[in-house]
Design a protein around this ligand. Structure first.
Ligand code: HEC
Ligand code: HEC
Length: 233
């Protein structure tokens, strides 16, 4: 019915379409994500919701330096919304947090908009867990070749593009996430990042994340470790 050229054209068209779908699949936003992104946040309710979160992420949002709980304070709101809705919808496994993140526990899209706006405004800590310091030159080279295009020169990420801030993050947490992204265990990851890190050895991974763990959080968003969250005094 179709000549060979037309058939080739359709084949090419379908392959292009499939690869575009694959690129967007890491962030084919759910209704809940769409709604949370649009709603005007109520910061007072954000404080109320955050009480549940503070049990693990600490009242200041700094997590724990051993990396069990990540620092979430100061993270871009869009990133927080995406991660939280992915966790709720089981696109990202987080069994210990899951029961506390459910709508029955904290509320719907409005609660997500509220708590994430609150967390983004919390000041950050620079005294996060760091690596061994053995291979920082290699780490720097790898970072600027493979990571800075998305995560920024100083690990500042990008709110509009849903790229997380990774400066100030605890080393052990960085390693755990990086390995889960590389192996596909963290299913919601960006396919371009997976491509970039495909051939990273253990040594490369430790070097680059050691370098990341020492990148400084922005001065105007940073306080010292004696700061206490006044909303939870
Ligand atoms: C029972 C402990 C616990 C509670 C309560 C908890 N979390 Fe978490 N949260 C975790 C753990 C553990 C991780 C990291 C999981 C991993 O390593 O993949 C995490 C990860 C996250 C992340 C992803 C961070 C990133 O950098 O991608 C966000 C966002 C988050 N939590 C927000 C919240 C919010 C908001 C609440 C309150 C509604 C909350 N968490 C309550 C334990 C908890
Ligand atoms: C194409 C853009 C891109 C590149 C290149 C990239 N990343 Fe990512 N990275 C992302 C996105 C997007 C996420 C969040 C994925 C998601 O939504 O779960 C992420 C997540 C992460 C996380 C988990 C953060 C968290 O808070 O849980 C770490 C760690 C990380 N990247 C490190 C790196 C390092 C190190 C490199 C370079 C070797 C790198 N990335 C290259 C886009 C990128």
């Amino acid at each position: 019915m179709f000549n060979q050229q037309t058939q080739m054209f359709f084949l090419f068209f379908i392959i292009t379409l499939l690869s575009i779908c694959d690129i967007f699949a890491w962030n084919d936003s759910s209704l809940e994500q769409e709604q949370s992104l649009r709603l005007a946040p109520n910061l007072n309710n954000g404080i109320k919701v955050y009480e549940v979160c503070s049990a693990c992420h600490m009242p200041e949002g700094w997590g724990v330096p051993d990396g069990t709980y990540p620092q979430i304070s100061g993270q871009h709101q869009n990133v927080l919304i995406k991660q939280l809705t992915d966790i709720r919808q089981l696109n990202r496994d987080n069994p210990s947090m899951y029961p506390f993140a459910l709508p029955e526990e904290i509320g719907g899209s409005q609660a997500i908009a509220d708590v994430t706006a609150y967390i983004e405004k919390l000041p950050m800590l620079n005294e996060n867990g760091i690596g061994s310091g053995k291979n920082l030159e290699l780490g720097k080279k790898l970072y600027h070749k493979h990571c800075s295009e998305c995560h920024g020169k100083n690990g500042e990420g990008n709110n509009e593009k849903f790229y997380p801030r990774i400066h100030g993050q605890h080393y052990n947490y960085l390693v755990r996430q990086f390995e889960w992204i590389q192996s596909g265990k963290r299913r919601n990851a960006n396919p371009e990042m997976i491509k970039q890190i495909k051939n990273f050895s253990q040594n490369d991974t430790e070097a680059v994340l050691d370098y990341v763990s020492r990148l400084l959080t922005p001065k105007e968003k940073t306080v010292d470790k004696n700061w206490r969250n006044p909303d939870f005094d």
